[in-house]
Every structure is written in C-alpha cells, then in structure tokens.
Design a protein around this ligand. Sequence first.
Ligand SMILES: Cc1cc2nc3c(=O)[nH]c(=O)nc-3n(C[C@H](O)[C@H](O)[C@H](O)COP(=O)(O)OP(=O)(O)OC[C@H]3O[C@@H](n4cnc5c(N)ncnc54)[C@H](O)[C@@H]3O)c2cc1C
Length: 502
Amino acid sequence: MRKFICAKDEWRDPLNTTPNQPTHSSSDDFTKACADIVGTQHVLTDPNDLNRYGVDWTGQYSGTPIAVARPDTTEQVSDLVKLCGVHRIAMVPVSGRTGLCGGGVPISGQPSLMISLERMNRIRAFDTAARTVTVEAGVVLETLHAAALEHELIFPLMFGAKGSCMIGGNLSTNAGGSNVVRYGNTRDLCLGIEAVMPDGTIVTGLQGLRKDNTGYDIKNLLIGAEGTLGIITAAVFKVSPKPAVRATAFVSVQTLSATIDVLNRLQDRTGGAVEAFEYMPKVMVDTICQQIPNVRPPLDTPAETGLLIEVASSRADDAEMLEDGTVALQNRVLEILGELMEEEIVIDAMIAQSEQQRADLWKMRESVLEAITENGPFYLMDISLPLAHVAQFVAAMDAFCTPLGVLPLMVAHLGDGNLHYGLAAAEGHVFVDLPMDQVKAQAFDLLRTLGGSFSAEHGIGQSKLDLMTSLKDPGQLAVMRMIKCAIDPQNLMNPGKMVPTI
Ligand SMILES: Cc1cc2nc3c(=O)[nH]c(=O)nc-3n(C[C@H](O)[C@H](O)[C@H](O)COP(=O)(O)OP(=O)(O)OC[C@H]3O[C@@H](n4cnc5c(N)ncnc54)[C@H](O)[C@@H]3O)c2cc1C
C-alpha cells in the first residue's frame, strides 16, 4: 500500500491518530456544550442509553460513547461537528442502527460523540410531477414506502430491516436489497444530498437535477462512505410508478447455473420487468421453516434450487382480468415458466394467488437472517460475483465445506450476483472447532480468481478492515486514504471504520 503525506523517516499514519481523551470535567463541559446546541433532553448520558446505542445489531461490536446527541436540524448537526472539532472528539453518525459491520458504534476506548439523526425524520417535499421526494436522514425506510404509496408511487429500496433502518444509513451503506435487479441500489435512486462535512461546512444539493456536470460529485463520494467523510442530513430521491400488478412465484430449477436462463427469459419476454430474483436453496428454506413459526415450504416437493421471483408492471393491460378470471401478467409468467419446464430447465413452480400468499413468500425470504441467527453461531459473507461465475463459486465452496463439518447456509439476491453465504456448524459439529480461517481463505481466494467482491451491500465498517487491506486494489485504497485525509485531516469523522490504517 502506498504511503503519502510525509517523507518516509517522519511518516506517521494520519489515520492512526487518537482523538482527545477528555478529563472528567472537560467531558462534562463537552456534554453541556452539546446540550446548548440540541437541548438537554436530546443529549443522552444515562449509562443504559449509552450501552444501548453503543452496541451494533450483531452484538459483535461495541464501544461506549461520551454521549448521544440527537439534533433536529442540519444547522444543529453542523454546530455539533464544529464542537467536536474544537474538542478533538470523534463523531459516530447513526440512523436506524441495523448496520451489520460494526460501522455505527464507537471504537472501544475512543472518546466519541454519537450523533443520531433519528429526530430529523421529516419528508420535506414530494414532487409528484417530477417524481422526486426530498427526505431527511432519520426517515425510516418503511415510512418512505408508505408516503410514496399515498401518491400511487413507490420507493423501491426493499429489504428485511425496512421497519427500522433509516435513509441516512441506507445512503451511507449504499444499501441494496431485493429490488436492485430492476431499480439499482440506493446510489442509483439518489439525485442529491445535503450533508455536513467534518469541518462543519454544509453542502446542499437538493435540486433534484437528473443532469448536473459541475465538477466533483460530492453526492457519490458521501454515498457508501459509512459516515467517514461527513454526515448526511437529507436527500432527494427518484420515485417510480406503482405496479398495477405483480406476479410472485416460487420456482424449482434444475441447477444453479440454469437460473441465468430463467432470469434472462423472463427479462426478455416481460420487457425487463423482473423486480426480484432471489435464490433460496432447500437447506435455507428448511432452516427457516424450523426456526420461524408459521412458515411452510412453498412447494410440495422441496426445491434444491429454489427461486423467489417477482415480476411487476404498471401497465393497465398487464393488470387486465381475463375471461377465465386470471390476470394477464401472471398468465404470461406462467406461460414462460411452462416453456422452461418443457425445456427441462424448471422443475416445478407456484404463483401467489393472493396478497396473503405473496406476503407469506416474502415473510419467508425476509426471515432469513433471523432464522440463521436462531440456528446457532455463524459467519456471514456478503459477497458478489459476475452472474456467470456464481454456480462455480457455490459448487467449489460447498465441496470444500462439507468434509470439514461446515454447513453453508446461503441466500442470494441472485439477479445482481449478491450472495449472502453463511457458514454454520453441520450436525454433529461445534462451531468454535470449525477451521473457519481455512474456509474463509478458500472463499476469498475463489472470489479473487472469479472476479468477485468481498463486500457487496453491507459495507466494511470494522468487520472487513482486514479484507480491505488484503484484497482491495492497492491503488484504489491509496486514493481512498488521500480523500479521507484531505476531507477529514483530524480523523474525527467515524474513525477506525472502512479505511484501514497502515
Ligand atoms: C434483518 C436485516 C436485513 C438486512 N438486509 C439488508 C439487505 O438486504 N441489503 C442491505 O444492503 N442491507 C441489509 N441490512 C443491513 C442494514 O439494514 C443496512 O446497511 C442499512 O442501510 C443500514 O441503515 P441504518 O439506518 O440502520 O444505518 P446505521 O446502522 O445506523 O448506520 C450504518 C452506517 O452508516 C453510517 N451512518 C448512519 N447514518 C448516517 C448519516 N446520516 N450520515 C453519515 N453516515 C451515517 C453509520 O456510521 C454506519 O457506519 C440488513 C440488516 C438487517 C438487520
């Protein structure tokens, strides 16, 4: 990795500086100054609150902050950031706290102020003509879904944590989920942001322009930056037409490599209307059915290679009820699946006949993380591969894992090549005794060979810093460090996350 900034003999990693260690009284002064900005009731210092905020969703990462400040306006965020700069206190921005990589908690032992955006939860403007919505960072994703539906529109970012995660976190992790195959990830949906930079400068870009070539793209620098370059306070997003009809199917396919044929056939014949294309192998469906109450397998004969597919259309003729009582789009999907059955690509399929059946299928999919967690200890990889190499990776990994007593528990946003490849203990084996380092080394070697990424949608946080060091292209990493040092020279903005020290 390239070093920079100072001559070699005087060189010290600027990302390895420690923020000020406040004395007891200076800590009191600091929290009082925070209270002057946001109001006493919005500076949490009770140990129960600090412990609650200081642990991440996985329970694997924790660090106690000096306080949690909950600003209500962008100006208050800016004032807090300036205050932290003066006192050299680290800042950890947080939104819904569902992140899975330890990015939203302080580094243990590092004096930090957590800045929670939860009170900045207003929908500032809905422009139905331009099909845009301007929201604050603390808006819960599901609240935005509901707001869009009120205008017969949708905000298509969709995943299991939608009831808790917030827009600021979605942008900062560039979240993906199950609709990326059609609508892209959070970055693709965003037209502009408002943010506070590490020196307190407010950047505003909420015009909702679809074209704006006026220099460096600050918006895209902050999206996916996991709070290391600034605090996002608001954003303007595209919204899309609400589907008039959906065809939601569970399909059993002969082989994993044949799933690409299913995806492409459906895309070709529906004008690219596939919204979700999720891989759910039998072992995963079985685990969900065992661990989550009231979930039953969708097909009578279990599907080794199962797919949860959703095709959607906003066209009235696709939603048309035909003489036999069936719906046009669902008929077309059944027809395509029928052809694929004749070609011996698809084995079996069911299509949801009601909203309840559709909800049941999605409940099954969205219970995956809960089911894996209930099943016992596990290690989860969030990786991506070119579609053509997914089957090769899975076959090689499954073959490597099985003799070692490692049970691969996997689901995938398969339409965009994103695998959540979990590793648990097979029956008769104990997780702590598994040769996990060997398994991980094999997985990351394969990823490198097949041109994949070690982090698809959850981000880096603290959990993948070692992989950033070993697997990220050294040139890109050097530029990331230059950007971080230039924008945050005091290294106070979520330090110790995403960009590894040397
Ligand atoms: C059950 C479950 C299912 C999930 N499924 C998916 C999935 O399918 N796809 C997916 O992509 N993720 C998924 N996740 C992960 C998680 O929900 C996403 O990463 C989400 O975008 C995080 O949003 P949050 O508001 O909870 O962010 P937080 O956890 O609060 O923060 C995440 C990161 O962003 C930073 N941050 C937060 N707010 C701001 C801000 N305003 N400005 C700057 N930085 C900020 C934090 O410092 C932290 O580094 C899932 C999580 C769970 C628990």
